[in-house]
Design a protein around this ligand. Structure first.
Ligand SMILES: NC(=O)c1ccc[n+]([C@@H]2O[C@H](COP(=O)([O-])OP(=O)(O)OC[C@H]3O[C@@H](n4cnc5c(N)ncnc54)[C@H](OP(=O)(O)O)[C@@H]3O)[C@@H](O)[C@H]2O)c1
Length: 289
């Protein structure tokens, strides 16, 4: 069975491609930048890299012809959100497609404080309106999110944010992809939603205690007010829409929306989810400076 991956050169999408290839599956990566795909994957057997304008329904229809399953891993807002709708619509009209599996987010719902959660919920609603056979992977915040603070941590041994309390069970994005691959390859798992968390819920200050232990040096959480946090993000070149999304993420954490764990990863894969310590150890150099 050939699986098409949209967002194939991204953080999760690239791991989905690798996971499928490692199982001997054939993959068509629909990408805007084939050179980036070649740098990421080389030219392995089983992979076809197809340069595709993802906002063009005709190109997508051609690319999906004969494809049985699609994985979509992209952002939920702005252009990426629109591309997701175009891709879902194209898949809904492609006779060969039996399943669209999409990377969503934990707590995707209309009532979440999180902009990302509401945007993913709206994409789910759209998918439902098309009648496309559909499943989602809904992960907690990625461990890799801490890399966004790596520069500040290297310079000042602080990480500035709003949420000095409220816990989240951070999940490794490789585990997210592994769960996605399991769902893609087992039709018995299709047409359902999978809420994925890491093994332990913790606050940002508690996560920084683990990083401090890894580095052998104290890294402190620095609490900002909304204005300071927003100015910091914009000053660092974060686009306004993403800054708004990151602020709303902090508010959702403070409200306790993420304060739980699920067994879903273990149930899907038979193995425990990676602890945060593993990610921090592997990326130590980026935090240490
Ligand atoms: N970060 C978290 O903590 C977290 C937690 C839970 C859920 N999520 C969800 O995960 C998703 C993001 O996944 P990710 O981190 O794997 O994403 P990512 O690394 O940012 O990858 C996004 C992909 O979309 C492609 N893309 C972006 N704009 C495009 C455009 N205009 N035309 C064509 N391709 C375009 C990128 O292509 P290029 O490679 O060419 O740039 C890339 O392949 C979001 O929906 C988010 O809600 C994130």
């Amino acid at each position: 069975m050939t699986t098409a991956v949209i967002g194939a050169t991204g953080r999760v999408g690239s791991e989905i491609v690798r996971g499928l290839l490692a199982r001997g599956e054939t993959v068509t990566a629909l990408v805007r930048d084939p050179d980036k795909a070649r740098r990421a994957f080389g030219e392995p057997e089983g992979l076809r890299v197809r340069s595709t304008r993802l906002d063009d329904p005709r190109e997508l229809a051609e690319a999906l012809d004969g494809i049985r399953a699609v994985f979509i891993a992209m952002g939920s807002i702005g252009t990426e959100g629109v591309i997701q709708l175009v891709a879902i619509n194209a898949a809904a009209h492609a006779p060969s497609i039996e399943q669209v599996t999409r990377l969503s987010v934990l707590n995707a719902s209309a009532g979440s404080l999180g902009i990302n959660q509401r945007a993913h919920h709206s994409i789910d609603d759209f998918a439902s309106s098309t009648g496309v056979p559909y499943s989602t992977i809904r992960p907690a915040i990625f461990s890799a999110s801490m890399l966004a603070g790596a520069r500040e941590m290297r310079i000042s041994r602080t990480w500035t944010g709003l949420a000095d309390r409220g816990r989240t069970a951070l999940i490794d994005h490789r585990d997210v992809a592994e769960a996605g691959v399991r769902v893609l390859l087992d039709p018995a798992l299709w047409n359902a939603h999978y809420d994925l968390t890491g093994p332990v819920a913790m606050s940002w200050p508690e996560a920084l205690e683990l990083l401090s232990a890894e580095l052998g040096e104290q890294v402190r959480f620095k609490v900002a007010n909304d204005r300071q946090f927003l100015d910091g993000l914009i000053g660092a070149g974060v686009p306004a829409g993403t800054a708004e999304l990151l602020m709303a993420r902090e508010w959702a954490i403070l409200a306790g929306e993420n304060d739980y764990t699920t067994e879903t990863f273990q149930q899907l894969t038979g193995t425990p989810a990676r602890p945060l310590q593993e990610f921090l150890h592997e990326h130590r150099a980026q935090f240490a400076g």
